[in-house]
Design a protein around this ligand. Structure first.
Ligand SMILES: *Cc1c(COP(=O)(O)O)cnc(C)c1O
Length: 397
């Protein structure tokens, strides 16, 4: 089938901005503002509490979950939405550990996003049964999957470097060793083709405000392999994961579906925005998207390396090893990124010295990539970043 990318007209992107940070916070889909206004004024404003039924609010987490499932190669009903990714990390990991009660090791990698590792540490402290979190170098993960590992929890695409793990191969190795596999798809969903059912992983989690453009604080998602859902024990046993929330039973009885991974009241405004944002993906073939992403990324690497010899590529050079971002290491990376942002080229910075650039083919084209590289040549080549005003650190980098 295939569609023509990009689809810029479906987004509101400020004039003069080349946005290379869709891997961190996606851009605003054009329909989002109207949709949220409608939900606020018509549904909340007029229908009030009736809207849980009349406007389909109660079903919205599942409607959105099914849309995500379709994008991730998962069957309908296997993805629940809500909360934040950090919460979903906790839920998946707690459930996985319960599935291997005789084992005491959680295996991740040293490149994983801090919150995933922090949540694991918090869970270990709460359980207080001598669990250990091992974080070998990403390249050493395969060899570290030993028979004492209860759960392997990895982020497929590294947030700093863009390096991509082989989901199928690592999942197969985890299963061979008797471990439960959890994939964090924060930098995969909407960025690279994902075949969740095909991977056979037990759990997957991710957020929707990066490549999926759900907006700041958009709900996270969790996938549970359908054959396991009835056996999974939710650690966060909130009423909306109950089989019959409005029966108000004295004891928790989990829903007989992925819905048991719901916790409390769903964020309706955010879910409505996300539902709208996902419409942009109608008819998008992920293989086409991937091809465009690789083309843009390769062009960017070639242009930047030719124009800015001071920068060192910090992403894998081989495109099949990379997600949809390109990172360069530069000693003055923070200040250089500030100078780029001041000129309308928006990427971001990750300590200690990484300049990150996300490639989102839905709203980027080759002309954007060339323009961005030209601005980088000016900022780096002419030492623009040395201006003291670019050295001031903000809370969010
Ligand atoms: C972005 C990201 C997070 C952020 O978690 P939140 O709870 O949504 O703030 C966590 N893990 C990974 C791997 C991420 O990329």
């Amino acid at each position: 089938m295939g569609v023509t990318l990009p689809r810029k007209a479906l987004f509101d992107i400020p004039e003069g901005v080349i946005y290379l940070d869709g891997n961190s916070l996606g851009v605003l889909p054009r329909g989002a503002a109207a949709r949220v206004t409608e939900v606020i004024s018509q549904e909340w404003g007029q229908q009030l509490i009736r809207a849980w039924n009349t406007a389909g609010w109660m079903a919205l987490p599942q409607v959105v979950g099914d849309r995500l499932a379709a994008m991730l190669g998962a069957p309908a009903g296997s993805v629940a939405t809500g909360d934040t990714l950090s919460i979903k990390v906790y839920q998946a990991l707690a459930a996985a550990l319960k599935m291997r009660p005789e084992r005491r090791v959680i295996l991740s990698d040293a490149g994983n996003f801090p919150s995933d590792l922090y949540m694991a540490e918090g869970l270990i402290g709460t359980i207080d049964k001598g669990y250990e979190l091992r974080t070998p170098a990403p390249e050493a993960v395969m060899g570290a999957i030993t028979e004492d590992v209860a759960a392997v929890m990895l982020t497929q695409v590294d947030y700093r470097s863009g390096r991509m793990h082989d989901m199928a191969a690592i999942t197969a190795r985890a299963h061979e060793a008797g471990a439960v596999m959890i994939w964090d798809l924060a930098h995969s969903a909407g960025a690279v083709p994902v075949d969740l059912a095909g991977s056979n992983a037990e759990f997957a989690i991710g957020c929707t405000y990066k490549y999926l453009n759900g907006g700041p604080g958009a709900p996270a998602f969790i996938y549970v392999r359908p054959d396991l859902v009835d056996a999974v024990q939710p650690a966060l046993s909130g009423w909306l994961g109950h089989d019959a929330p409005f029966a108000m039973e004295r004891h928790y009885r989990p829903a007989m579906s992925t819905e048991r991974m719901r916790v409390g009241t769903p964020p309706i405004l955010q879910l409505a925005v996300l539902e709208e944002a996902l419409k942009v993906w109608d008819g998008v073939d992920m293989a086409d998207l991937r091809e465009a992403s690789v083309r843009l990324s390769e062009l960017f690497i070639a242009e930047v390396e030719a124009r800015c010899p001071q920068l060192r590529l910090a992403s894998p050079r081989e495109s099949r090893m990379r997600g949809s971002q390109v990172s360069f290491a530069f000693e003055h990376g923070y200040a250089a990124m500030q100078a780029l942002i001041a000129r309308g080229v928006i990427g971001d910075f990750r300590a200690p010295d990484i300049m990150r650039f996300g490639f989102t083919p839905l709203y980027l084209d080759e002309a954007d990539v060339i323009s961005a590289a030209e601005v980088m040549e000016e900022v780096i080549g002419q030492g623009v970043y040395l201006d003291p005003k670019y050295q001031v650190k903000s809370r969010v980098t």
